[in-house]
Design a protein around this ligand. Structure first.
Ligand SMILES: NCc1[nH]cc(CCC(=O)O)c1CC(=O)O
Length: 309
């Protein structure tokens, strides 16, 4: 009998992270014909999960989601780490490689607490700690008030029920992975652009671990990978931080990437939106779009970005 292969999969502990870890394990094992016991789930507490009372942007940004898993991966305590790509910084350590992107699901945001943006009562309080969602909301509904809200999906829905806010935004992908498909009103992603990398699960491994890279390559979804690579390159070229309201949506069309993006001032008053089409292999496409956006943007927007016009 062949020895049972054993791979340690690191994940955050939130219910959404665990659901994503299970999906990653299922795909990995199905592709290799392994029993699921071949992949051990190793839940790791992330700093972002320990600090719940302040907005992510104020306490260190996206690195708080990856720092612990990065260390565990580099020290060899786990072999792979599963992430929501939306939460992964564009600059990754050289020792870590994005080995697989799973097929992307619904990229839309969902509004929970009202049937549509137009149906929100005048002056409604909307819970979100995401600068993108806040700016998008204020652009469309300047009468509304943004109140900070954090915590995992269930916590946020609970805070809504407790009256901390009248409505909130959640990612359709996250809700679907938790089996909560019927929560809230879906916002058309063409009109309400999602975050770069939204709805994509990424699996990382050590860059020098060739055997694991092969395992991940077997489940990599090329189109989803190309999309998130373009969206992340745009984010990097804009020089945005987690304070920078940026929304992006890409799709593959006949061997090209069509990448659409919008950047906002924090108060949502200013918004610049543009689109570019370029070959998947053209790695300079996203940066060209970033320059186009920044060159058209007023100071209230460019002050939030470090990118070069
Ligand atoms: N910032 C938390 C986070 N990171 C990824 C998702 C959803 C799943 C995804 O986009 O892949 C969520 C929750 C949310 O925005 O509702």
């Amino acid at each position: 009998m062949p020895a049972t292969p054993s791979l340690r999969l690191g994940t955050r502990r939130s219910p959404l992270a665990m659901a994503q870890a299970h999906e990653a394990r299922a795909r990995l094992c199905a592709a290799q014909g392994w029993d699921e016991s071949a992949v051990e789930l190793v839940p790791v507490v992330a700093s972002g999960d320990k600090i719940q009372d302040r907005p992510l942007a104020d306490i260190g940004g996206k690195a708080l989601w990856t720092r612990e898993l990065d260390i565990w991966l580099r020290e060899g305590r786990i072999d792979i780490a599963v992430h929501s790509m939306k939460d992964v910084e564009t600059e990754r350590p050289e020792q870590i490689a994005i080995g697989a992107i799973l097929p992307r699901v619904d990229k839309a945001d969902v509004l929970v607490g009202a049937a549509s943006l137009a149906a929100l009562p005048q002056g409604a309080r909307i819970g979100t700690s995401a600068p993108r969602r806040a700016a998008q909301l204020l652009h469309r509904r300047p009468d509304c008030h943004v109140v900070p809200i954090r915590g995992n999906v269930a916590t946020r829905i609970g805070k809504l029920a407790a009256g901390e806010a009248d409505a909130t935004f959640l990612a359709a992908a996250g809700l679907a992975r938790l089996g909560e498909d019927d929560v809230g009103a879906r916002l058309d992603p063409e009109e309400w652009l999602p975050a770069p990398g939204q709805a994509a699960i990424g699996i990382e491994c050590r860059s020098d671990d060739a055997a694991t890279r092969d395992l991940l390559a077997a489940i990599d979804h090329a189109e989803s990978h190309a999309e998130i690579t373009a969206e992340r390159a745009l984010l990097a070229a804009l020089g945005g931080s987690c304070h920078s309201p940026i929304a992006a949506l890409s799709r593959i069309e006949g061997g090209d990437i069509v990448l659409r993006a919008a950047i906002y001032s924090e108060d949502g008053i200013h918004r610049i939106e543009d689109e570019a089409r370029f070959a998947i292999a053209d790695t300079s496409g996203p940066a060209a779009l970033a320059r186009q956006l920044l060159s058209a943007a007023p100071e209230a927007i460019t002050a939030l970005f470090d990118g070069v016009r």
